[in-house]
Design a protein around this ligand. Structure first.
Ligand SMILES: [Zn+2]
Length: 148
């Protein structure tokens, strides 16, 4: 379980991730008048644009899917990411260093990943050692077996 990202950092990510720019990396947006943009919805197949983006409000909405949300939800939905992953993706894009609640949660996660890796190395080493023993043992037996 990843650490909870601080609310003010999530707000900062939203503020620094212009929705028209982020959405514009996935689909082509055209001026739709009234301060909004529109394009072909990436979440369903369509020939006439029903996907609307309102940069001033930081929101998107598809009239055909009846789905919408903010820039974080868009990235999460289009790249199939969990909320935290979507925030991390956008933070990296905007060059924001995220801070997490309860300090050590994220270093803790890295630590356990490292430990798992070390355990995997140890298990592999033991496996090779065992199969080496078996190989030597077999050779030893065939070479020195009194049956031959
Ligand atoms: Zn749609």
């Amino acid at each position: 379980m990843a650490g909870r990202i601080r609310d003010e950092d999530i707000a900062l990510v939203r503020e620094k991730s212009a929705i028209d720019e982020v959405v514009g990396e996935y689909l082509q947006l055209r001026n739709a008048g009234g301060g909004s943009l529109k394009g072909l919805c990436p979440f369903h197949d369509e020939k006439t644009p029903s996907f609307n983006v309102t940069p001033a409000r930081g929101l998107w909405y598809c009239f055909s899917c009846a789905e919408g949300g903010d820039v974080i939800k868009f990235v999460g939905k289009i790249d199939n990411l969990a909320f935290v992953e979507a925030v991390e993706r956008l933070a990296a894009r905007a060059g924001i260093d995220l801070r997490y609640e309860q300090g050590g949660q994220v270093p803790g996660r890295e630590h356990s990943q490292r430990r798992r890796l070390l355990e995997a190395h140890k298990a592999a080493a033991e496996f090779y050692a065992r199969s080496e023993e078996r190989r030597v043992g077999k050779e030893g037996r065939s070479r020195w077996s009194p049956d031959h």
